[in-house]
Design a protein around this ligand. Sequence first.
Ligand SMILES: *[C@@H]1O[C@H](CO)[C@@H](O)[C@H](O)[C@H]1NC(C)=O
Ligand SMILES: *[C@@H]1O[C@H](CO)[C@@H](O)[C@H](O)[C@H]1NC(C)=O
Ligand SMILES: *[C@@H]1O[C@H](CO)[C@@H](O)[C@H](O)[C@H]1NC(C)=O
Ligand SMILES: *[C@@H]1O[C@H](CO)[C@@H](O)[C@H](O)[C@H]1NC(C)=O
Length: 336
Amino acid sequence: MFRNMLCLALGLIVGMQLTELWDYMTLTGEEYESTVVAVDTDASRTRPSPADWLFHEARVLCLVLTMPAHHKTKAAKVLSTWGSRCNKLIFMSSEDDDALGAVNLNVSESRDNLYSKVRAGFAYAYEHFVEDYDWFLKADDDTYVIMENLRMFLYPFDPEAAVFFGYRFRTSYPHGYMSGGAGYVLSRDALRRLNLFALNNTKFCPLNTYSEDRQIGYCLLNVGVTAGDSRDEHGRERFLPLHPRHLMPSIQNGTWLTTYSYFTPNMSDCCAETAISFHYTKMHDYDRYEFFLYHLRALGLPEKPTVLPTKLTSEQMEQKLEFWNQQVTDQTVPLS
Ligand SMILES: *[C@@H]1O[C@H](CO)[C@@H](O)[C@H](O)[C@H]1NC(C)=O
Ligand SMILES: *[C@@H]1O[C@H](CO)[C@@H](O)[C@H](O)[C@H]1NC(C)=O
Ligand SMILES: *[C@@H]1O[C@H](CO)[C@@H](O)[C@H](O)[C@H]1NC(C)=O
Ligand SMILES: *[C@@H]1O[C@H](CO)[C@@H](O)[C@H](O)[C@H]1NC(C)=O
């Protein structure tokens, strides 16, 4: 008898919580935005966090470039840290590994073949998953990605627009390309264009042994994909192609980063507070990032409410693409 009552009570409580959860899951972006500003109300304790909500709003498939020799080291660390926050995680490798989620892309391991491997990875993602996700991130196994910030950044943009984001270099082509180590992210339409019109056309997308980021960037620009600007309102970068120790307290003037960057970096204030990625992650770094980002709290600080950015209308999105297409490098230092 008592047990039955308990079950009934528990059932009711769970039912009520689920109803509330469902209400929040079905809110539109703007409704959610207006409810999310107040921090500590009864509702704020039962509804999903902005990060949980964005998980379903900006769905990201992560393609992580690795190799069998890294399956048990860097790739395993990616899986146990940031990779588990992807909506779908695929390791691009030359050996299948079900425990890891690694796919043998039938490209033999060699530095010269990284571009071929990434092409095969994008082809695989397109063939099996293009309609299931909104954004397609390519990262290395020594990239560390803050997935919540990636989703927050992508949320305003339409994945049906042809655009890609990352840390933009100005070398090789007038338009430059996005750094592979910092990771770069393609919209669904960018992935579609890459596969339908670039990968099968050696004029737009030649096969060679150059670096994958440079080549994929070239292929994308040849099929009308816009290189987006992912810096924050103070011109600080979100995708960072270096380890924080090389960015803070300040970027060294005259290094390759300052020369290669499409946009002159802010030397004293490198990185957005909403930074998305860092590169050159060492084995001991993955768990440190986890600790500092997800566990450590400075006690007593006022809690900042999360304000979601507004989703752009199709007209605003068009204007953004137009603006980005016309952006030119602001560098004055000559490329030697
Ligand atoms: C790699 O080759 C094997 C054997 O031919 C095939 O079964 C598998 O589907 C291929 N993998 C990819 C990703 O194409
Ligand atoms: C590549 O595929 C697309 C779509 O199927 C087709 O329209 C195009 O002609 C192909 N390009 C080449 C060079 O075969
Ligand atoms: C960096 O070096 C370049 C060339 O040496 C110089 O023109 C520029 O003013 C320097 N920038 C900073 C922030 O020191
Ligand atoms: C660099 O960042 C600092 C601090 O945020 C800011 O005051 C300064 O205006 C920025 N410099 C440039 C060139 O954007």
